[in-house]
Design a protein around this ligand. Structure first.
Ligand SMILES: [Zn+2]
Length: 125
């Protein structure tokens, strides 16, 4: 069992049950949670490295920075992002790659058929 706090709430129909610990709602995520990643996903996986600015943290020297991996995307013309739990980084990255490849294939197919169609109309009418 892996514990993730804010992610599962958005995924419906997962067989999880929450429990309260110290005022926090804890959501156990089944290890097969990677199966919830769709085949294609629009967006870009981005790694952020940053300091938290707590004086005694390991990141205070400016070298051992915190890494946070997010899925960056746009929705209704606004830039948005969501933090990715570590076990979902790889499948989400693959899903965004499949999306880009599928979009390129569709654009190439649409362009080729458009050119052929225009040519047909020009030569037969
Ligand atoms: Zn820190």
């Amino acid at each position: 069992m892996l514990i993730h706090h804010f992610w599962v709430r958005r995924v419906e129909n997962l067989p999880v049950s929450s429990r309260q610990i110290g005022g926090c709602t804890i959501w156990p995520v089944p290890e097969k949670a990677t199966g919830v990643v769709p085949k294609v996903l629009r967006g870009t996986v981005v790694t952020h490295r940053r300091r938290c600015w707590k004086p005694n943290c390991r990141c205070a020297d400016g070298e051992a920075l915190h890494e946070q991996v997010i899925l960056s995307y746009s929705q209704e013309s606004r830039a948005r992002s969501v933090t990715l739990p570590s076990e979902l980084i790889k499948p989400v990255r693959q899903a965004t790659q499949r999306y880009r490849e599928a979009r390129q294939r569709l654009e190439a197919e649409g362009t080729a058929s458009l050119e052929a169609f225009v040519q047909y109309l020009k030569t037969t009418r």
